[in-house]
Design a protein around this ligand. Structure first.
Ligand code: PGA
Length: 255
């Protein structure tokens, strides 16, 4: 059976190495001497803090990148490559996040190129997909999720797909405190599974973990993860509070 997965996306936080040090102190306190047997924990801080994270030598928390560029090296000011992230200790990278799409104009093609680079460099990927509120209201959720999946996964063969986890993140739920109902998540899950079934053999598909992301809090884990039987969650704001983040991990791990 697959382990469950809880990913913390710290986004552009905390604001200084000193603050990140405090964050790590709290994360250490919450995870030390604890065994989360059924759940993998990944924290994705800004890449500038990778070394500081690794220096703590966490046994049960892995390191992930929030974003990488698809080229291997060269004149791409401000970017880091998947190979650099891997060589600097990351085991995962998020790709296709709605904030990358919104603020940096990333589309399926970019997500696809990044995904290929992530997999080529031996990282695992957490691919984010999700519809906007207009798309949901216009009855387009099904077609949007399908085209995001098909576009992002184009050329990713069956041999590589087990290194990809997929997070269903409705754009309208990210950073808003709005939550989809359990039924809405179940519907999305069915759409995703159907689309994947058209692309991959069943055996491979079973390895892909499906997460929910968007305004996750410990008190809503039942609604967004346990009841729709998701394989874990992608947590934004709440991952900035180690106590709350690990509370979420514990609930996922215990169920
Ligand atoms: P949020 O972010 O939990 O703050 O809504 C989720 C995400 O960015 O994946």
């Amino acid at each position: 059976m697959n382990k469950k997965l809880v990913v913390g996306n710290l986004k552009m936080n905390p604001v200084s190495p000193v603050e990140f040090g405090r964050y790590l102190d709290m994360l250490e306190k919450e995870t030390k001497h604890k065994d989360f047997a059924k759940t993998e924990i990944v924290v994705c801080p800004p890449a500038i803090y990778f070394r500081q994270f690794l220096d703590r030598k966490f046994k049960n928390v892995k390191l992930g990148a929030q974003n990488v560029f698809w080229e291997y090296q060269g004149a791409y000011t401000g970017e880091i490559s998947a190979g650099m992230a891997k060589a600097s200790g990351a085991g995962y990278s998020i790709v296709g996040h709605s904030e990358r799409r919104k603020y940096f104009g990333e589309n399926e093609e970019a997500a696809n190129l990044k995904l290929k680079a992530i997999l080529k460099n031996g990282l695992r990927a957490v691919l984010c997909i999700g519809e906007s509120m207009e798309e949901r209201k216009g009855g387009q959720t099904d077609s949007v999720l399908k085209s995001q999946l098909k576009g992002s996964l184009s050329g990713i063969g069956a041999g590589k797909i087990e290194c990809v986890d997929i997070a269903y993140e409705p754009i309208w739920a990210v950073g808003t405190d709005k939550l989809p109902t359990t039924d809405e998540i179940l519907e999305a899950k069915i759409i995703i599974k159907k689309a994947l079934a058209e692309m991959y053999p069943k055996k491979r598909m079973e390895k892909i973990r499906l997460l929910y992301g968007g305004s996750v809090k410990s008190y809503s884990i039942g609604q967004v993860c346990l009841e729709p039987a998701m394989d874990g969650v992608l947590v934004g704001r709440e991952s900035l509070e180690p106590y709350e983040f690990i509370k979420i991990v514990k609930i996922v791990d215990d169920n």
